[in-house]
Design a protein around this ligand. Sequence first.
Ligand SMILES: *Cc1c(COP(=O)(O)O)cnc(C)c1O
Length: 352
Amino acid sequence: MSYTYPVSMPWLKGRELEYVTEAVSGGWISSQGPYVRQFEEAFAAYNDMPHGVACSSGTTALTLALRALGVGPGDEVIVPEFTMIATAWAVTYTGATPVFVDCGDDLNIDVSRIEEKITPRTKVIMPVHIYGRQCDMDAIMNLAYEYNLRVVEDSAEAHGVRPVGDIACFSLFANKIITAGEGGVCVTRDAHLAEQMAHLRAMAFTKDHSFLHKKLAYNYRMTNMQAAVALAQTEQLDTILATRRDIEKRYDEALRDVPGITLMPARDVLWMYDLRAERSEELRAYLADQGVETRVFFKPMSRQPGYYDANWPSLNASRFSEDGFYLPTHTGLTAQDQEFITDRVRAFYGVL
Ligand SMILES: *Cc1c(COP(=O)(O)O)cnc(C)c1O
């Protein structure tokens, strides 16, 4: 089914085509081309970080970060209940075990419940800035300091939120704040970690190309064509974030007084405009009939077949995933589009 108002669309209004054309016409289409380095530098600089490592997805960015920190079998990583499955999978891919912590009212990991999950095996805390809301990083960094843990931020939904932890990992999938079609990038202030991630990303080749590989690594490289798009998007990031802030304000204003709708706390950057609604299933079906696509919230990790835990009530995450969803949110969404969408929501609850 195709919608008049899809939840997401890439916004490619900068120099994307110019850079891609240059990559293709110059013959540099693999990961060896110059845009990869340029994108890494530009994105790291945007985040006031000295090092950026581009890779093939947000998922592989998380995996590289954990591997660079030495996470492996026998280790535990603290992961939020309420997240996209890739956060937990990245841990599982390394052979380590994700240990889940419920969310608070902002959907982010409840920092007051992290400490009870820390064991002698815990190596890393992996907060996720859900829908563009920054986690309480002061509390997380204090815990990390106290227990000698490392912090990997899953910033897949939060380009523009300043990294605080050891490594921050961003996704560049087509529905994220900025995109390369598919892609990911890690930023860090630690030169050694950056070098490790770059090494693991490219099959742990040695400098002399001897074909002797000292550790199990990956091909998680980003192509020059993807990097061309990612660089053009990074140049537009401030504009994109400002446009999205206006989108957030307009949704807030149009929906604030609608009985049946519960607005969510303000976001630091807008990825998706999330909300909760009474009779949400009915509302979503009604919107779909009107050509408006919506998407439900994430399902709690301990309700996923791969991580199912019957003993874990996961109260908040389950509660939110019952009636939470998000409205179309993308940089090209116009005020008129939003008016149409919010008028339909208001009509559903009889408040036009
Ligand atoms: C999108 C997303 C990912 C995965 O990114 P991909 O680029 O799709 O692999 C990981 N974590 C979160 C929170 C995400 O939203």
